[in-house]
Design a protein around this ligand. Sequence first.
Ligand SMILES: CC(C)(COP(=O)(O)OP(=O)(O)OC[C@H]1O[C@@H](n2cnc3c(N)ncnc32)[C@H](O)[C@@H]1OP(=O)(O)O)[C@@H](O)C(=O)NCCC(=O)NCCS
Length: 169
Amino acid sequence: MTLRAATADDLDAIMAIERRSFPTDAWSPELMAAELESPHGRYLVDEVEGTIIGYGGVRALQGGADADIQTIALDAVHRGSGRGRALLRALLDAAEERGAQEVFLEVRADNPSAEGLYLSEGFEEIGRRPRYYQPDDVDAIVMRLVLRHRRGATEPGAHDTDAAKGATA
Ligand SMILES: CC(C)(COP(=O)(O)OP(=O)(O)OC[C@H]1O[C@@H](n2cnc3c(N)ncnc32)[C@H](O)[C@@H]1OP(=O)(O)O)[C@@H](O)C(=O)NCCC(=O)NCCS
């Protein structure tokens, strides 16, 4: 699995996956291009033997407390083998590097795969936006992850305790 920063040259490959993954509400190429160029976030692509098979992006203003997972998608044949989780974790790492403390996202209420991924990474539902996704008339589930509650995250003071244990061992 190879994750790397997305560039403007990746637009066509990303848009092909975007259209296949979100047939009724794909972003426009203009919107995607603006996202790829924005200094306020980080977009990553997942490549297999030089072919882009997935992408994801997070909006996280440098030094801002909040970040938003903007999008994440893998080509269908590559789903279900852990790549989505790896991509999401890399986006959460990017948000953390930029100083975010909380990460938000919206997921369609009829997308249990994505919701399951987010729940398993520690996101919690904090609300719903009725009929947010049009033309499909599907609710959005709004989710939040407090980064210090991330699985594997070190609680404040834990390092000290470990160091103290090490010192007396
Ligand atoms: C959502 C998506 C990115 C997840 O990526 P993925 O590589 O398929 O997911 P992973 O293999 O990393 O699985 C991670 C977790 O997601 C959940 N999940 C994945 N597929 C699932 C399915 N068919 N049903 C229920 N949960 C599922 C599980 O919690 C899984 O963890 P587990 O394997 O330990 O049970 C991918 O399915 C996708 O591109 N979907 C289409 C686009 C999309 O819906 N994007 C999200 C928009 S909010």
